[in-house]
Design a protein around this ligand. Structure first.
Ligand SMILES: [Zn+2]
Length: 338
């Protein structure tokens, strides 16, 4: 009898704990802003996107990236534990162009019914302008997804984000708009610096990279994107592909070839050596410089680093890029998984 009473008391306690948590959950999901304190909860994927989100949202939003920095975002599969973040989100922002299909599936399965998933790249670029190439062949159906390395498209990403934030959180619309204006001024300065400094490269930019992340920026700024070496399955190229690339690098008189920190490749070094070109191994794909909290750990810092590396590697000078202020326009409170 005593045991039964105690058991009943424990059940009551359990019910009250449950009721408490249900009440809390109801409170956090009932309005536009799901976080206690009223901040919009945003989930995003790769670090450059997360940094642009942070610039526009500042401390008015809570943003968490999903793809750890320095990992292959093209083959990344999220841990099932990411489902919790996706179910808490008021807005889910992905790059799109089929970069994050596994994350997209997890988001669709776990998000709240009212939460919108925005594929930002698909919003800013019509399908007719998708670029397909050696690493992203059309027959495999996945276009080159690296829109963010183009400063103009990055500005358009920011514009889409600011519009979504203002729709979901109109009380802070003026802040999002001010951050957008400040950020667009910085992407314009970045683009101007790129154009000014690339003029110093003898013969113009002829680009051979391992990872194929510069197709759109190259198209806009008149680069000769000779080729990228990484095959579409992210394996190493075959010996005959390597031989063909060595011939091409020699024929085009490319002075340097560029590897990526995210995808170290002995093959690229071999191609450079055989073709008499310099090998530069430290381009970054979606890995921001420094550590979270450092001033250069930002989208602007990443692009300044990559453009400067390409221009100086090909024999040019980059004084305008070097003197750019790449600090964020708003406090970066984003969580970047490492
Ligand atoms: Zn990439």
């Amino acid at each position: 009898m005593v045991t039964r009473v105690r058991h009943y008391a424990r059940s009551l306690a359990a019910v009250s704990v449950l009721t408490g948590s249900v009440a809390l959950a109801g409170c956090t999901s009932s309005t536009d802003a799901a976080e206690p304190g009223g901040r919009l909860v945003v989930a995003t994927t790769v670090a450059p996107l997360t940094s642009i989100v942070a610039n526009i949202g500042g401390d008015r939003i809570s943003v968490t990236g999903i793809v750890p920095e320095g990992t292959n975002s093209h083959t990344f599969e999220p841990d099932p534990s990411v489902a919790g973040l996706l179910s808490d989100a008021d807005l889910i922002l992905v790059n799109g162009l089929k970069l994050e299909d596994p994350t997209l599936q997890l988001a669709q399965a776990n998000k709240r019914p009212e939460t919108e998933i925005v594929e930002v790249g698909n919003e800013v670029l019509p399908e007719s302008e998708y670029i397909y190439d050696f690493s992203f062949p059309k027959e495999e159906g996945k276009p080159n997804p690296h829109l963010w390395t183009d400063p103009v498209l990055a500005g358009e990403y920011a514009t889409v984000m600011a519009k979504k934030f203002s729709e979901l959180d109109p009380d802070n619309a003026a802040t999002y708009d001010a951050n957008l204006k400040a950020f667009l001024a910085k992407t314009t300065a970045l683009a101007d610096a790129l154009e000014a400094d690339q003029a110093s490269v003898p013969g113009g930019i002829k680009l051979v990279t391992y990872h194929d992340a510069y197709a759109y920026v190259g198209q806009r700024y008149g680069w000769d994107v000779v080729g990228a070496i990484q095959p579409s399955n992210f394996a190493e190229p075959t010996p005959s592909e390597v031989a063909a690339l060595i011939d091409q690098v020699k024929a085009e008189k490319v002075s340097a070839v560029f590897g990526s920190e995210v995808f170290p490749s002995p093959v690229l070094e071999e191609i450079a050596n055989e073709a008499g070109a310099q090998y530069i191994d430290d381009l970054r794909d979606d890995d921001l410089p420094g550590e979270p909290g450092d001033p250069e750990h930002s989208f602007l810092g990443l692009m300044r680093f990559d453009y400067q590396t390409i221009i100086e590697g090909l024999g040019g000078q980059a004084p305008t890029l070097k003197s750019l202020d790449v600090s964020d326009v708003a406090p970066d409170t984003a969580k970047y998984p490492q």
